[in-house]
Write a protein that binds this ligand. Structure first.
Ligand code: GDP
Length: 596
């Protein structure tokens, strides 16, 4: 049967196109759940890092009640580095809303998620937002979106998608630009009418595929998934079937069951086919498990979680500077924090080493680990990390294999040459090159994961912040031989208030040192530095600008130290400077001798 009282959707948007504002507004105008909570907290926005990097890391759910119909909104991670997450989340929904800024138009960053949605045959509603902007150009944006759909091989049905125009900020939407928009009703109605209701057999044996894991100090691990068949009840005896290992089945009882209402989880006694539920009280619940009736325990096929391909050591910070700011960290603190992360991040691995001062942390790529590092830094943890290294395998003949990534890159045309040159040096093979909309060139590379280490920062610099890079794990392949990096380094200057502070970014030689005054400076904020082989040009940036810049990755040899102020002279000692060319408030240019 169809659950006509339910719709399960995901919202896809390029960062800043208004997803959060839109969800807030839908919550406000939906009424029913509102009585028991105020809409103050911006749901989909709890993680600062997501905003800065322009990606969504964790999936968070919201539910809205409109006209007796429950609309579950599942947030989608916007980045490919966290293997399989996007597919898993999209499998819970029956359609997506693509939010696009009426001025900026189609941006490369949402393409990755949109591509997955189209591949999964999901219907798409295009919501052109910010129509109130004076420079809005909604009609042109429609054409751009249709072009994007065609680029991504959308089906005829998908191409026939509805367009809704909105100003999330003013809380209005319309289907026709000649109408005067009054409220969100047109968008609500389009969702209800265009996105199919979930279907399933309520009489069948229970099947709930666990798609994400949440963690809460009080109730422990929480599995979130859609009821695919049958229903689920409190006190029901069920079997947890592992999708990859039939022997890992276990009998458990459902003790705590929730559905989403507004921004909250509310306890329910029972949920039926089509519902998105959260289940607490099962310590051993994992992503990919199917909760089944004991009489017929059949797992639902499931997107495999990618293995880690990259590792770093997290070290207790023994630097003399440690402890000046932030929390002091003992090896116990570090250990507890890292192991806690495993509760919610299935692609991460944490191992003890022969010293309690150091933990080996493996993940799905450099970005994955650098997001964890930044999160921990923000929580006040002080620690150092080693250089990232890839995890090699060997084949049956003992030959060395290395992880390979497929990199999808969109860059303004004028930068494509330098990107191709850099990635070729890093053993990348150009597989495809095509013209994309808006003067962009799309490049597709097959490249050793090793070659991408430290590249994101350079990429942002090389493309002046306009490039987009998404990578997906391709598999293990034969070792491609040594990469000859060019030596380079650059100095980053940060301006905080009146003080200009300097930090050193030295990609290949001695690690990164960031020094901030007044404010903390975090690694991964490398922008404005133009690290050429000989002539180093550095722009002085306000920290605000830095944090607004998207997706600069951690560098090759990330090393975090306690923030400290250095004079320019002191800072320069960290770099082999031959000549200081120019220091102005906006520009700092240094000529550096290349050491051979
Ligand atoms: P998200 O990154 O997609 O979640 O974007 P936000 O919802 O945080 O919005 C980004 C910025 O755009 C904020 O400053 C919003 O106030 C603004 N914004 C959102 N919707 C609209 C709109 O309809 N019109 C205008 N002019 N600004 C908007």
């Amino acid at each position: 049967i169809k659950r006509d009282d339910v719709r399960n959707i995901a919202i896809i948007a390029h960062v800043d196109h208004g997803k959060t504002t839109l969800v807030d507004e839908l919550l406000k105008q939906s009424g029913v759940f509102r009585s028991n909570q105020a809409v103050q907290e911006r749901v989909m926005d709890s993680n600062d890092i997501e905003r800065e990097r322009g990606i969504t890391i964790l999936s968070k759910n919201t539910a809205i009640n409109y006209d007796g119909i429950k609309i579950n909104i599942i947030d989608t991670p916007g980045h490919a580095d966290f293997g399989g997450e996007v597919e898993r989340v999209l499998k819970m929904v029956n359609g997506v809303v693509l939010v696009v800024d009426a001025y900026e138009g189609a941006m490369p960053q949402t393409k990755f998620v949109l591509r997955k949605a189209l591949e999964l045959d999901l219907p798409v509603i295009v919501c052109i937002n910010k129509i109130d902007r004076p420079e809005a150009r909604p009609t042109e944006v429609i054409d751009e979106i249709l072009e994007l759909f065609m680029d991504l091989d959308a089906s005829d049905e998908q191409l026939d998608c509805p367009f809704v125009f909105a100003s999330a900020k003013s809380g209005v939407s319309c289907l026709d630009l000649n109408e005067t928009p009054v409220d969100m009703k047109p968008l609500f109605e389009t969702i209800i009418n265009y996105i199919p209701a979930p279907e399933g057999d309520p009489e069948a044996d229970t099947q709930v595929l666990i798609s994400t894991i949440d963690f809460n100090e009080y109730v422990g691990r929480i599995g979130v998934g859609k009821v695919d068949n049958g229903n689920i009840k409190v006190n029901q005896d069920v079997v947890l079937v592992n999708a990859h290992d039939e022997n890992k089945n276990s009998k458990v009882k459902i003790t705590k069951l929730y559905e989403f209402e507004g921004l909250k989880k509310v306890e329910v006694n029972e949920a039926s086919v089509g519902a998105i539920v959260a289940i607490a009280g099962i310590a051993e619940i994992h992503i990919g498990d199917t909760i089944c009736s004991p009489t017929n325990p059949v797992a639902i096929p499931f997107q495999k979680i990618s293995e880690p391909t990259i590792a770093m050591h997290f070290l207790v910070n023994d630097s003399p500077l440690a402890g000046q700011e932030g929390k002091f960290v003992t090896s116990r603190h570090l250990r507890d924090r890292l192991f806690r992360e495993l509760n919610t991040d299935v692609s991460l691995r944490v191992e003890e080493t022969d010293t309690t001062e150091s933990y080996k942390v493996s993940g799905r790529g450099e970005l994955h680990l650098s997001v964890l590092i930044e999160n921990m830094r923000r929580e006040g943890y002080e620690f150092a990390v080693s250089k990232a290294e890839v995890l090699y395998h060997t084949d049956e003949h003992g030959k060395k294999l290395e992880p390979m990534e497929r990199a999808f890159i969109d860059v303004p045309e004028e930068f494509s040459g330098s990107v191709i040159e850099k990635l070729s040096t890093r053993k990348g093979e150009l597989q495809n090159m095509s013209t994309a909309s808006g003067g962009y060139t799309r490049l597709e590379f097959l490249i050793p994961a090793r070659g991408l280490i430290g590249y994101r920062g350079e990429f942002m610099t090389d493309t002046k912040g306009n490039g987009i890079i998404n990578t997906s794990f391709e598999g293990y392949g034969p070792y491609k031989g040594d990469i000859q990096y060019r030596k380079q380094g650059s100095l980053i200057a940060f301006e905080s208030g009146e003080t200009i502070t300097y930090g050193l970014f030295n990609a290949q030689e001695r690690g990164t040192l960031f020094i901030g005054a007044g404010e903390k400076v975090y690694s991964g904020m490398i922008v404005g530095a133009n690290a050429k082989a000989e002539d180093l040009e550095v722009n002085v940036c306000k920290r605000k600008q830095l944090t607004n810049t998207r997706s600069s990755g951690a560098d090759d040899s990330l090393r975090l130290t306690t923030p400290r102020t250095l004079s320019l002279e002191q800072a320069l000692e960290y770099i082999d400077t031959d000549e200081l060319l120019e220091v102005t408030p906006n520009n700092l240019r240094i000529r550096k001798k290349i050491l051979d």
